[in-house]
Design a protein around this ligand. Structure first.
Ligand code: ASP
Ligand code: CP
Length: 340
């Protein structure tokens, strides 16, 4: 099994199925703390360096929230221009300096391979929060955790399921990481729906095929949405050579309730790593799906806190001490709520 304690989390390829199951058991145990029904101070005195050199809402805030919920403190930097990287400092030097201010670092950067390069200079574990179009391992872990829960709610597992991934599969780092993780499971049908120019990279397709999964590649939504999971993605405008080029694909694959009713199964689960592009020329996941109980996008984002708490606890080696440092949440119990 993968040894989490002290390790960098740079790529999903580090994991085997056993280590993922181990991590998900820790994530399950984080629920009372994530829901603020109980507190834990297990990381009291520890500092997270939360370094986001590229735009983020969920990943940055949920890393910080996860660390706070374990009792630790968060130091943050956002944006490339406001960091000394803009003065020509190397990732190595930045890592040498910031790793002496932190016990663990989470980092996002626009360049593929940048987080791994940073990790060579770090003296503390580094967690990849997204490196260019390459990988987004913690998103893939929370996606897989969500898939497992949603499938379980329908008395189904991950082995044997059908997942359809839609949109910008070329630049979408979440789908690169998720497909690699799905290679640890058995007998899947994976349908890749994208414009030919935004197709999934060959190395990911080879990994899917080498895992023995059935892989369907198509440019059509119709006829391919009767899956257990439909995973929609955003056109990754920031990775295109120009905005005009991104505009060619924006809005190509829209999902709304009438398409869902016509083409999906009655219990098809809809996922999206978010943000969904809700501008009228894109509207890739219509608001009219908001009341559909199978729209899992916000449950998916909530699961990010649990999975990131589990990762921090495991990489810092305190996963078995969490409840020893437990206390009640005073504002919650003062309101007359039961602490359970
Ligand atoms: N938030 C995800 C990412 O950073 C997906 C997206 O931005 O479309 O990769
Ligand atoms: N899913 C995700 O990575 O969201 P952010 O870009 O808002 O962090």
């Amino acid at each position: 099994m993968f040894k989490f304690e002290g390790a960098n989390i740079l790529s999903v390829q580090q994991f085997d199925r056993e280590s993922i199951e181990y991590l998900f058991r820790i994530a399950d145990a984080m629920q009372p703390y994530a829901h603020r029904h109980k507190r834990t101070h297990v990381l009291d005195g520890a500092i997270l360096g939360n370094l986001f050199f590229e735009a983020s809402t969920r990943t940055r805030v949920s890393f910080g929230t996860a660390f706070n919920l374990l009792g630790g403190h968060v130091r943050e930097t956002t944006g490339l221009k406001s960091s000394a990287l803009a003065k020509g400092e190397s990732l190595y030097d930045t890592a040498r300096v910031l790793s002496s201010y932190s016990d663990v670092i989470a980092m996002r950067h626009p360049d593929s391979g940048s987080v791994a390069e940073f990790a060579t200079g770090s003296r503390v574990p580094v967690i990849n929060g997204g490196d260019g179009a390459n990988e987004h391992p913690t998103q893939a872990l929370l996606d897989l955790y969500t898939i497992q829960k949603e499938q379980h709610a329908h008395q189904l597992g991950i082995d044997g399921m059908h997942i359809a991934l839609i949109g910008d599969l070329k630049y979408g780092r979440t789908v690169h990481s998720l497909c690699q993780l799905l290679c640890l499971y058995k007998d899947l049908k994976i349908t890749l729906i994208s414009p030919a120019e935004l197709a999934m990279p060959d190395k990911v397709i080879s990994a899917i095929e080498n895992a023995g999964h059935q892989c369907i590649i198509t440019e059509q939504l119709e006829g391919h949405l009767d899956a257990d999971i439909v995973y929609q993605t955003r056109i990754q405008q920031e990775r295109f050579p120009s905005e005009q080029e991104a505009n060619l694909y924006r809005g190509r694959f829209r999902l709304n309730q009438s398409i869902y009713t016509k083409h999906c199964k009655s219990n098809t689960v809809i996922m999206h790593p978010l943000p969904r592009d809700s501008r009228s020329d894109a509207n890739e996941l219509d608001n009219d799906l908001n009341l559909n109980p199978n729209l899992a996008i916000f449950r998916q984002a909530d699961n990010g806190v649990l999975v990131r708490m589990a990762l921090f606890a495991a990489t810092l080696g305190v996963e078995n001490l969490v409840n020893r440092y437990e206390s009640e949440v005073r504002w919650y119990s003062n309101k007359g709520n039961t602490v359970n």
